[in-house]
Design a protein around this ligand. Structure first.
Ligand SMILES: Cc1cc2nc3c(=O)[nH]c(=O)nc-3n(C[C@H](O)[C@H](O)[C@H](O)COP(=O)(O)OP(=O)(O)OC[C@H]3O[C@@H](n4cnc5c(N)ncnc54)[C@H](O)[C@@H]3O)c2cc1C
Length: 445
């Protein structure tokens, strides 16, 4: 049976990046993707550090002309705001030439990326589900897949690259996938409305913390919004609501969602739930395989890090495999540095996520964050949230430690604790007084 150079499982941003880079250099690449594109996917807010990868793939112009420019991200802490304007980077930033990113619609964004893989010469097989992994002498040599007619076939490769997202086909098969605690979930949908806040109109990602959770609001083309929340599974259960009830209630009660869209808003998609948020594979590579993107690990999306880590890891793996002699089987030793680097990204982002949730529970920490904001600290923070995770490891460790110490000294703020709020969903500000804003003008830029 034919052995391909590379078999890629999944055609999301990680899979298409690796496929384009390698096919363009003459490698024989097969991508197995169970869906047909365009298909819905969550993850619309992108980072400036990814823009250089768009340039390398040759897709930047298509993305620039299709989507809304994102100048930065902003967090609302109660009444206060912490803006992360990408133009305010520090001297280490990799994105000085393009201090902006995009708010994309993933259905068409992922299609732009995979179409480029096809153009570069990859054999992309849509509607093809990977159903098993084939091993020989403890080495993964290929996969078994099933097409839409139910016909099963084997596809073999010198290396199998797992880019199957949260499905994490190979780590799951090897039972090395672990779920982070506390268990969190995402609940989200699209709404049709016009933006009422200037920052939303201007393409900023806006997030708002509540106790141990957060909401997001971001603009999509054609007067649509991505709206969602992340919260603990325990808290969701205690709410006694269905995901749809919970999200619809948030749209009325949460100040950001309520006030950020015009009152004629209405939901235009199903409410979707991602339950297994925050999980990681114990190893990112082994004999015959390597994992990229979410198949390697997935971190809480409060810093919009997912697509960047997916494309960055895919770029690193493509470059490594292309540096290996074509006639030899790819050995796991090739990925030692890759695993080290990706683990560092993971721990840096995870530390900042920990600090984020400490702040969400504690007004003293929030005060510290909003007071220290500005000058040097902001520039380091912006470089981090722009996607340069590795440049900021020491700074992030310090931020996390300060947050923990202040959090431990002052404890969680009981007035904000969920048990004091009947629906556990919103800040204790008097939302009943707030009224949605009606904007009769068009929001299109
Ligand atoms: C609530 C939430 C909000 C998020 N917000 C953001 C954000 O704002 N910004 C951001 O950057 N990231 C965000 N993310 C993360 C982002 O969605 C992911 O990190 C990103 O999509 C990872 O890309 P990937 O290519 O690794 O995986 P995916 O994009 O998931 O692609 C995997 C592909 O594999 C295919 N596949 C799966 N199983 C099989 C199989 N058995 N056979 C064949 N094909 C298969 C799937 O169909 C899919 O196309 C968010 C995630 C969640 C849950």
């Amino acid at each position: 049976m034919k052995q391909h150079d590379v078999v890629v499982l999944g055609g999301g941003p990680a899979g298409s990046t690796v496929a384009t880079l390698m096919a363009a250099q003459g490698f024989d690449v097969v991508v197995l993707e169970k869906e047909h594109f365009p298909r819905f996917h969550i993850g619309e807010s992108l980072l400036p550090a990814t823009v250089s990868i768009f340039d390398r793939l040759g897709v930047h112009e298509a993305i620039r002309s299709a989507y809304i420019l994102k100048p930065g991200g902003k967090w609302l802490y109660g009444e206060k705001e912490v803006p992360g304007d990408f133009a305010m980077y520090d001297r280490r930033a990799s994105f000085k030439k393009h201090p902006y990113s995009y708010l994309v619609e993933r259905s068409t964004f992922d299609k732009i990326l995979i179409d480029r893989s096809v153009e570069a010469g990859a054999d992309v097989r849509f509607g093809t589900e990977v159903i098993d992994v084939i091993s020989e002498n403890d080495r993964i040599v290929g996969v078994r897949c099933c097409d839409e007619a139910g016909v099963e076939s084997d596809v073999l490769g010198r290396i199998v690259i797992d880019a199957s997202g949260l499905r994490a086909i190979i780590p799951s098969k090897l039972r090395i996938r672990k779920l982070a605690k506390p268990h969190r979930m995402g609940i989200y949908a699209q709404y049709a409305a016009r933006p009422t806040r200037d920052d939303v109109k201007a393409g900023w990602f806006i997030g708002q913390m509540f106790y141990d959770g957060w909401t997001w609001l971001l603009r999509l083309p054609d007067d649509r919004f991505s709206v969602g929340t992340v919260l603990t599974v325990e808290r969701f259960r205690k709410s006694g609501m269905t995901p749809t009830e919970l999200l619809e209630r948030l749209v009325v009660e949460n100040p950001l969602l309520n006030e950020g869209m015009t009152s004629d808003r209405h939901r235009i998609s199903d409410v979707i739930v991602t339950g297994n948020m925050g999980n990681s594979s114990e190893s990112l590579a082994g004999a015959g395989w390597v994992a990229v993107g979410d198949a390697g690990y997935f971190i809480d999306p409060c810093y919009s890090s997912g697509v960047h880590l997916a494309m960055k890891s895919a770029e690193m793996v493509a470059d490594l495999v292309m540096s290996w002699p074509k006639e030899n089987p790819v050995e796991p030793s090739l990925f030692v540095q890759y695993q080290k680097d990706m683990r560092q990204h993971e721990s840096t982002v995870q530390r900042m996520v920990d600090a984020f949730y400490v702040a969400s529970r504690n007004t003293s920490v929030q005060k510290m964050v909003t007071t220290c904001h500005g000058g040097y600290f902001s520039r380091r923070f912006v470089t981090f949230v722009g996607g340069d995770f590795e440049a900021n490891r020491r700074y992030i460790a310090r931020v996390r430690n300060y947050c923990r110490v202040v959090g431990a000294l002052f404890g969680n703020d009981p007035s904000r604790a969920p048990e004091n709020h009947p629906h556990y969903l919103h800040e204790p500000s008097n939302v009943a007084k707030r009224r949605p804003v009606v904007d009769s003008g068009s929001s299109r830029n």
